[in-house]
Design a protein around this ligand. Sequence first.
Ligand SMILES: Cc1ncc(COP(=O)(O)O)c(C=O)c1O
Length: 364
Amino acid sequence: MPAPFRSALDAVQPYVPGRPIEVVKRELGIEGEVIKLASNEGPFPPVPAALEAIARAASESNRYPDGSCHELRHALAARHGVGPDQIVVGNGADAVLDYLAQALYEPGDEVAYCWPSFPVYPINATKMGAVCVAAPLAGSSYDLEALAAVITPETKAVYVTNPNNPTGGMVTRDALLRFLDGLPATVLPVIDEAYFEFIDDPDYPDSSAWVSEGRRLVAIRTFSKIYGMAGLRVGYGVMPADVAVACGKVKGAFDVSQLAQVAALASLDPSVAPEIARRRAVVALGRAQLVNGLRAQGLGPWPAVANFVFVPVGDGLGLAQALERRGVIVRATAGFGDPTAIRITVGTPEENARFLSTLAEIRG
Ligand SMILES: Cc1ncc(COP(=O)(O)O)c(C=O)c1O
């Protein structure tokens, strides 16, 4: 009997997430403390206002969430200077990327991005039967000229991951604007800014501002990173209203839990801004600690601007496994397209130091 599944799924390589601490402890029989620097969440919990909002809303969990995310969409619209009909909230930015793929891709459409990059783009495109077209990176960031060169009349969407995950580098406002100006109107640019709040480089672009000026693109953001809410699952896209309408046709009715919605809303309060700035500064110090420590061990970490550092090591998987056996979980980047490196998420100063000393121990 033929398999009952869509043939497009034959080519899908499922996403391999960073392993949770409890799983690693159980599987490897580790008694002591295990630290996780593998999934770019970072060490920060939800802000106190978010935790209070969750506590207040928890007893109402017998009710379905607001499927329209009304209050959160309005708050995000005000923040980004767009209409509430231009905000799509999802169960993580991942869900918004999935809505876009479902809404846009017909079998045979081309989808362009640089590679190594975030594997969710090829997974989403492939499962819809679209054709993935990858351009190289320029060092640790997207090579926008190479990316422009792979655009064809069949290209439906182009992703720009800024900064790129897993390599950590950013493209500048001028370069991105030049790239966008050169795109045919038939291509929808999706600018993935999952790490936006970590970056203080004055040349780093806020592509949501271009949406508010009427440009046709999607800016992707998340509460998983600096807001410390990866486990709650809430992200969003800022986009033209017709793209949001199409996303609304493919999304689930109650995709975003009420606890996630109230926590995200509370995190947007202006009183939270100083804490976000503090986290940005802490991460910048931790990033420098990792970069300097890696250099001191003779390694060459790539230029990075967010809360993670990419470093070529030869056998990425072998080193990640050796670190894991010693209670330090980092990410081998094979699933992101580069088997020769690891990616380390910035942790607390103590966690960063433990990673560096464990690495030195392994490398003798
Ligand atoms: C570039 C990029 N986009 C999107 C996401 C997904 O974020 P979320 O947790 O909101 O689904 C991630 C998470 O690691 C990411 O690195």
